[in-house]
Design a binder for this molecule. Structure first.
Ligand code: 6PG
Length: 228
C-alpha cells in the first residue's frame, strides 16, 4: 500500500493508557508475525518516550527467541554511554528477557557516524521488510535522526548524520526509505511541545515524520497534543 492514507491517529487521555496500548500493540504484532513467518523483526525508537513502554515489555508474554531487534538511530558516543539509545533499551527491557544477544543488533555508532552507518547498512542488507518500526517525534518534526532540512542519502539503509540539532551532533540513522520498508509503524508522541509538529503533519506539511509510510499501517499514539 505504502501511501499516506494508511495513517491512524489515536489520542490517549493518560500516558499510562498510551503505554499499555503500545505494549499490547507491539506484542500482538510480534505474535502475528511469528505465527505467519516464525520470526519478528522490530526497529526501536530512542529518546525518552519509549522507556516506560520498554519497561512494560519486560513482563510481556512473548516468544522472545523469535525476536530480532534493530535500532532506528544512534548517537555517536561510547557504547556504554548513558545517552546511548541501545543502552536505554537494554537497561529498560532487553536484559530482562530471553532475546538472544545475537538477535539484538546495536548500531555501532561508537565507530563514528560514517563507519557506523556502513557497518549497519551491511547488517541490514538481507533483512528484508521489517515487521514493526517504532518512532518518536521531535518538536521540530524530526524522527529517528532525520532532521528538517538535513539531506541524507536515501539509497543507503543506514546513513551518517552531521550537525544534528539535537545533541550529540554526530549520529547514525536509518534512511527514510529503510524506515518505510516495514509492515507497521508505531509513532509515540507525548508532550505539549510537539503540538506544532503534529499540526504541520496533520495539515500535510512535509516534515521528516510525515514522510514515513508503511506497507500496512502507520499508527500514531499521542498524549498531551491536540489532534486539530
Ligand atoms: C533520539 C531519537 C529521536 C527521538 C525524538 C523524540 O535518538 O533522540 O531517536 O528521534 O525519538 O527526539 O524524543 P523523546 O521521546 O525524548 O521526546
Amino acid at each position: 500500500m505504502n501511501q499516506a492514507g494508511n495513517i491512524r491517529w489515536t489520542h490517549f487521555d493518560s500516558v499510562e493508557s498510551l503505554r499499555h496500548k503500545a505494549c499490547d500493540a507491539i506484542v500482538a504484532c510480534a505474535q502475528a508475525a511469528i505465527e505467519k513467518n516464525g520470526r519478528f523483526s522490530i526497529v526501536l525508537a530512542g529518546g525518552n518516550t519509549p522507556r516506560a513502554i520498554y519497561r512494560l515489555l519486560r513482563e510481556a508474554k512473548a516468544d522472545w527467541s523469535k525476536w530480532h531487534v534493530y535500532h532506528g538511530d544512534e548517537r555517536c558516543l561510547p557504547s556504554d554511554h548513558v545517552d546511548r539509545n541501545s543502552l536505554m533499551a537494554r537497561q529498560a527491557w532487553l536484559q530482562y528477557v530471553n532475546v538472544h544477544a545475537s538477535q539484538v543488533h546495536d548500531i555501532p555508532a561508537e565507530l563514528g557516524n560514517v563507519t557506523g552507518a556502513e557497518v549497519y547498512s551491511d547488517t541490514l542488507k538481507n533483512i528484508g521488510t521489517f515487521d514493526m518500526v517504532i518512532l518518536g517525534l521531535g518538536e521540530d518534526g524530526h524522527t529517528a535522526s532525520l532532521f528538517p532540512n538535513h539531506v541524507v542519502n536515501n539509497s543507503a539503509d543506514a546513513v551518517p548524520v552531521f550537525n544534528s540539532p539535537k545533541p550529540p551532533s554526530d549520529r547514525v540513522t536509518l534512511s527514510q526509505n529503510r524506515l518505510c520498508d516495514t509492515h507497521h509503524v508505531l509513532f509515540l508522541v507525548t508532550g505539549v511541545g510537539k503540538q506544532e509538529a503534529v499540526d504541520h503533519w496533520r495539515q500535510g506539511v512535509a516534515i521528516p515524520a510525515s514522510l514515513i509510510t508503511a506497507k500496512d499501517v502507520v499508527d500514531v499514539y499521542s498524549y498531551e497534543v491536540v489532534l486539530n
